[in-house]
Design a protein around this ligand. Structure first.
Ligand code: IPM
Ligand code: MG
Length: 357
């Protein structure tokens, strides 16, 4: 029997609630599909700061490095916003991404048929949405140096550096090409090369590589226009390739096409070594502990983990089908509720999904 060791980081806010559902789902899948999954739980984020004074303790990072994959719920809470930057949960997340060298962040945005009416956009606009944001994850302005505050001036100043070298752009472009080849072979690279040098290098480098590949049709778009096009005609996109900051912004925007950010999974990958699979959404402290969170983005992240991280494709499909079945039966969590749906709690919708597995 295949045996996997995964690390579960349930983090903060709604994290523990959606993780409970994920654990049960993974156990059931492992039984049905004949594999053994050891789930090692570690502290990460605000909760780790509370206990150890750091959001990403070495012991957690070491376990992650030794695992087959990491499943992460979410981190953060406003109560940590006044901490020194390196102690905040978000910094822990950046440290984890960087420690595992997870340069490629894959965010699929797919409309599920039963949720066509849940988007804030008209059905005709969103019905053909099936795109993937490929976001560079450990470079750009998130990590660029120098960065900091200048305090010896009359008015306070602060600055960051948006920087890429061509090797970083090349490796994420290769990933986008690989993904595009399994789809419609269309890549739209998003930058701001009409203003930024770093984006000019981005555009030139992507062009250089993609042009060598006759299979790929490449277009370029400025990020402001891409934001507009994602709302105007999102069906035109297949693979969106972009940098860390632009990918962060555009993936939240794209998430809303599906009706709720509570539906969007992601995978953060390296060319070898364990990936981190996590929902795109945050920790939603306002609804934490109320058993009303939507666990589906985390379940779909678990499905990406099964498929990409553990090669358990059948189990991944089983989970996706179960989610679709429950949604098409009209069951929803509060974030997706419309007049006609049956609103369930986080654990209730989890149980419905488990019954369909
Ligand atoms: C995301 C999040 C993170 C990011 C935050 C929590 C640091 O918004 O994964 O999109 O900006 O990358
Ligand atoms: Mg984000």
């Amino acid at each position: 029997m295949k045996k996997y060791k995964i690390v579960l980081l349930s983090g903060d806010g709604i994290g523990p609630e959606i993780s409970e559902v994920s654990k049960k789902v993974l156990k059931k899948l492992s039984k049905n599909h004949n594999f053994d999954i050891e789930i090692i739980e570690k502290l990460f984020g605000g909760i780790a700061y509370e206990k150890y004074g750091t959001p990403a303790p070495d012991e957690t990072l070491d376990q992650c490095k030794k695992s087959d994959a990491v499943l992460l719920a979410c981190v953060g809470d406003i109560k940590y916003d006044s901490l020194a930057r390196e102690l905040r949960p978000e910094s822990g997340l950046l440290k984890l991404r960087s420690a595992l060298n997870l340069f490629a962040n894959i965010r699929p945005v797919k409309i599920r048929k039963s949720l066509l009416d849940s988007s804030t956009l008209k059905k005709e606009i969103v019905e053909h949405v099936d795109l993937i944001v490929v976001r560079e994850l450990i470079g750009g302005i998130y990590f660029g140096k120098p960065r900091g505050h200048i305090t010896n001036t009359q008015i306070p100043k602060a600055f960051n550096t948006m920087i890429y070298d061509s090797a970083e752009i090349e490796r994420i472009t290769e990933i986008a090409i690989k993904i595009a080849k399994q789809r419609n072979k269309k890549i739209c690279s998003v930058d701001k090369s009409n203003v930024l040098e770093v984006s000019q290098l981005w555009r030139d480098t992507v062009l250089n590589i993609a042009l060598k590949d006759k299979d790929i049709s490449l277009s370029n778009m400025y990020v402001d226009n891409a934001a507009m096009q994602l709302v105007k005609d999102p069906g035109q996109f297949d693979v969106i390739l972009t940098s860390n900051l632009f990918g962060d912004i555009l993936s939240d925007l794209a998430a809303m096409l599906t009706g709720s950010i509570g539906m969007l999974p992601s995978a953060s990958l390296n060319n070898n070594g364990p990936g981190v699979f996590e929902p795109v959404h945050g920790s939603a402290p306002d609804i934490a502990g109320k058993n009303m969170a939507n666990p589906i983005a985390m379940l779909l992240s678990a499905s990406m983990m099964l498929k990409i991280g553990l090669n358990e494709e059948k189990a991944a499909e089983n989970l996706e089908t179960a989610v679709d079945k429950v949604l098409s039966n009209g069951f929803r969590t509060a974030d997706l509720a419309d007049g006609s749906s049956k609103v369930l709690s986080c654990s209730e919708i989890g149980d419905k999904i488990i019954n369909e597995i």
